[in-house]
Design a protein around this ligand. Structure first.
Ligand SMILES: Nc1nc2c(ncn2[C@@H]2O[C@H](COP(=O)(O)OP(=O)(O)OP(=O)(O)O)[C@@H](O)[C@H]2O)c(=O)[nH]1
Ligand SMILES: [Mg+2]
Length: 309
């Protein structure tokens, strides 16, 4: 609407792995833009999800979890998460409240501490989002909130359930109020800013993780090799699932090809829904021992290729 004041800006969503960042961004946007699994380190690249809230456009940047990185890909993921924070107009720090409350010396607590320290050093303020409150007793929340509040970097604390949708309106109001005045960056009906080929690869990776989460830890990645528009309006997509070893390839394929078939079926159904058209999906698996050391993959993901340490 011409003449009306609009706001538009970026909100970085930070947090330890598995805190529920992607679930939250999907819920705020009202559509799936980022993949979700029960495994830590699901999100590898910053994904932009766009929400309209009155006259405000909020671009949520879902980031990879922040943790102590070891592999090259880990380092690229953590670096990308911090870059997201530095460029943002507002920052949300998402925490798995039941996990922090039950296990104050666990990994999630250490990673959240790392994020608090990083923000302190950068002189940044943020809002704390205590997530998964559906999975804990309310009376355990207060001490946790007090403890984190004592760090002095949080200007607000929200207690939410991303899966149940509790507390999201207040959170959206807060985010919208923090956005600078300016024109929208995206059309009002656009929900995601990720190339279709990459999104398609992410969806397949999600189905792969969901099916084989105990067997294929982080040894796999998915690439869209070809994307061909068909005359009948459908699309033909070919993807490769890279793994590091022959044994892993056998697991991905499964007995009589059962596993790869089920992964492909689940991915295809979701892609058809997302793209609103018929999809012909062809999956292959290949061993590429050093895919995590291959700069071309990082380019495809839009990640920096970290130097040797
Ligand atoms: N009970 C409960 N579970 C949740 C909630 N939000 C997320 N989860 C679950 O937590 C797990 C991790 O969710 P993700 O959204 O993938 O977490 P993430 O922070 O994006 O994880 P990474 O990308 O690995 O850093 C999934 O199994 C979610 O279903 C919530 O509000 N309540
Ligand atoms: Mg995620």
């Amino acid at each position: 609407m011409e003449g009306m004041m609009t706001r538009c800006g970026f909100v970085a969503v930070l947090g330890a792995p598995n805190a529920g960042k992607s679930t939250l961004v999907n819920a705020l946007v009202g559509q799936k833009v980022s993949i979700v699994t029960q495994k830590v380190q699901t999100t590898r690249i910053p994904v932009r999800g766009i929400a309209m809230h009155g006259q405000t456009q909020i671009v949520f940047v879902d980031t990879p979890g922040i943790f102590a990185p070891k592999r090259r890909l880990d380092r690229a993921m953590v670096q990308a998460a911090w870059t997201g924070a530095h460029d943002a107009d507002a920052i949300l720090v998402v925490a798995d409240a039941p996990e922090l409350s039950n296990n104050s010396r666990g990994l999630a607590a250490a990673d959240t501490e790392r994020i608090v320290e990083g923000l302190k050093t950068a002189g940044k303020r943020a809002a704390l989002v205590l997530n998964k409150v559906d999975a804990m007793k309310r009376d355990a929340l207060l001490p946790l909130a007090e403890q984190l509040n004592a760090t002095g970097i949080f200007e607000r604390i929200f207690m939410i359930s991303a899966t149940k949708g509790d507390g999201l309106t207040e959170l959206l109001d807060y985010c919208a109020a923090g956005m600078p005045e300016g024109p929208f960056l995206y059309p009002e009906d656009q929900a995601a800013d990720i190339p279709s080929r990459l999104l398609a690869a992410e969806i397949t990776r999600e189905k792969l993780y969901l099916r084989l989460h105990d067997e294929i830890p982080y040894a796999s990645t998915v690439t869209t090799e070809s994307w061909k528009e068909q005359k009948d309006g459908s699309v033909r997509i070919e993807q490769t699932i890279f793994v590091e070893r022959e044994g892993q390839k056998a697991i991905v394929i499964g007995k009589g090809g059962r596993a790869i078939k089920a992964i492909g079926e689940a991915a295809r159904l979701e892609l058809e829904q997302l793209f609103g058209r018929r999809v012909h999906l062809f999956l292959h698996s290949k061993v590429a021992e050093r895919w995590g050391e291959t700069p071309a993959h990082y380019r495809e993901w839009g990640l920096e290729f970290p130097k040797d340490q």
